[in-house]
Write a protein that binds this ligand. Structure first.
Ligand SMILES: NC(=O)c1ccc[n+]([C@@H]2O[C@H](COP(=O)([O-])OP(=O)(O)OC[C@H]3O[C@@H](n4cnc5c(N)ncnc54)[C@H](O)[C@@H]3O)[C@@H](O)[C@H]2O)c1
Length: 414
């Protein structure tokens, strides 16, 4: 690691910025994964630079504020900035002053559910002239299998002698500041030196290092997310089965898992949404030439749940004359992230069928159409819990509630 002191303060006092060197620069470092990682490294004394194309997010981060909710991260961010250990910039030139460059940009699937295997190489191509010999380049985005090898070929073509590693991120949003220090880190690299350097880097966060080859690590990350998505699909299918027979899945599940370790990981029902699980299952489907029957079935079940709920409601209510309130628009509980949230899919379906749809969420800040909780409670004929925020647990609504999560403890039947 470099030993030149960083000289940047949060009050804008940037002294000789061009001369500052970084142990680590995180590309995409203002994102949901990049920022907690940057903060975690800084909290361990590492000098961290962030390079991100989102100007507003860079400014927000430099003012000591998180652009999104992440438990426990903001105080650490402020300390890191005040102590001159973290600096964010929209200038890619910052890459050339790093010993290690970590890439954590988004890798979504497109409108045909195809992964973009070029997302990371494209981003790197724009920045490649800022890389220099001797650096360690760590890919941390979730990658379509084979992308690490492609990046290696690209670097070779550019004549760069850079160690290349792939070290996937496996935290869950909202738990990053705990899990970055407690989860095992999978480390892979295209050469021995790169693997040793990457392992040494992540040992500053966790003592649990698991080594794999890059092709294995790429699949390991996709298997991790897909496994979770399949489990949610199994639960949701069981929910539908039970519900179609007038039975409460939550009650049955509780009996199944009670003191029975072999079924302890059977999830409750609920919206399996968000920016990762679905798209990574689709990446795996594309990787297996669309013959991933389990993956596609899981998608049908999970993505079908909002439709199922609406059709059940249609049987019970004259929806055209009904005002439906959705409580919780984030993709999961305690989150403000609405990316790929099934609450919004539910909202769109209901807007076609119901008289009126009212939405609320205590954390989401990017949707001007949201209403205060009290208004939604007061005006709705029927409520649906979209995201299981803890704040809703204490509610005692008098009218009908659809609660597939069993958040209110009154059962899941609809
Ligand atoms: N969100 C999660 O819970 C999670 C968990 C594990 C892994 N991942 C993976 O991590 C990766 C990032 O996901 P995310 O949720 O943090 O995405 P995000 O959209 O929140 O963050 C990506 C960041 O990269 C920036 N960016 C995009 N292109 C750039 C470029 N060319 N140069 C510099 N910055 C650029 C964006 O401005 C944004 O700040 C994805 O591959 C995702 O699958 C996400």
């Amino acid at each position: 690691m470099t030993d030149q002191p960083a000289s940047i303060t949060s009050d804008g006092g940037v002294i000789g910025e061009d001369d500052v060197t970084y142990d680590v620069v995180v590309v995409g470092g203002c994102g949901h994964v990049g920022l907690p990682l940057a903060i975690a490294f800084a909290s361990r004394g590492t000098r961290v630079g962030i390079y991100d194309i989102n100007d507003a997010a860079v400014k927000q981060v430099m003012s000591g504020e998180l652009p999104f909710r992440e438990e426990g991260a903001e105080p650490l961010l402020r300390t890191a900035i005040d102590e001159g250990r973290l600096h964010a910039s929209t200038d890619a030139a910052i890459l050339s002053r790093a010993e290690v460059v970590i890439v954590v940009i988004g890798t979504p699937v497109d409108e045909h559910l195809n992964p973009d295997p070029h997302a990371v190489t494209k981003a790197l191509r724009d920045a490649v002239h800022h890389l220099r010999d001797g650096q360690l380049l760590v890919l941390r985005s979730t990658l379509y299998p084979g992308v690490t090898r492609r990046v290696q070929a690209m670097l070779a073509k550019e004549g760069l002698t850079v160690d290349l590693a792939f070290c996937p991120e496996r935290i869950a949003e909202g738990k990053a500041m705990e899990e970055l220090f407690s989860l095992p880190q999978i480390v892979s690299a295209t050469g021995r030196q790169g693997r040793e350097r990457a392992a040494a880097l992540f040992r500053t966060l966790t003592s649990h290092i698991i080594e794999l080859e890059p092709d294995e690590a790429e699949l390991a990350k996709l298997f991790t997310n897909t496994w979770r998505y399949l489990k949610f699909a199994a639960a949701n299918q069981f929910y539908v089965m039970a519900n179609d027979h007038g039975l409460d899945y939550a009650r049955i599940r509780e009996a199944v898992i009670k003191d029975y370790p072999r079924a302890a990981d059977l999830p409750g029902a609920g919206f399996a949404a968000g920016p990762c699980l679905f798209k990574d299952t689709m990446q795996l489907a594309a990787f297996s030439d669309n013959s991933f029957v389990l993956g596609h079935s899981a998608m049908l079940v999970n993505e079908g749940l909002p439709l199922y709920l609406v059709s059940r409601l249609e049987e019970r209510f004259d929806l055209a004359d009904t005002t439906v309130g959705i409580l919780g628009m984030a993709f999961k509980g305690e989150s403000d992230d609405i990316r790929s949230s099934l609450s919004y899919k539910l909202k769109r379906i209901l807007e076609f069928h119901a008289g009126e749809v009212l939405c609320t969420d205590p954390y989401v800040t990017v949707d001007e159409g949201l209403l205060p909780l009290d208004t939604v409670l007061e005006r709705s004929d029927v409520l649906i819990i979209g995201a299981p925020h803890k704040a809703y647990r204490s509610l005692d609504p008098q009218g009908p509630v659809v609660d597939v999560w069993n958040l209110l403890g009154q059962g899941t039947r609809v």
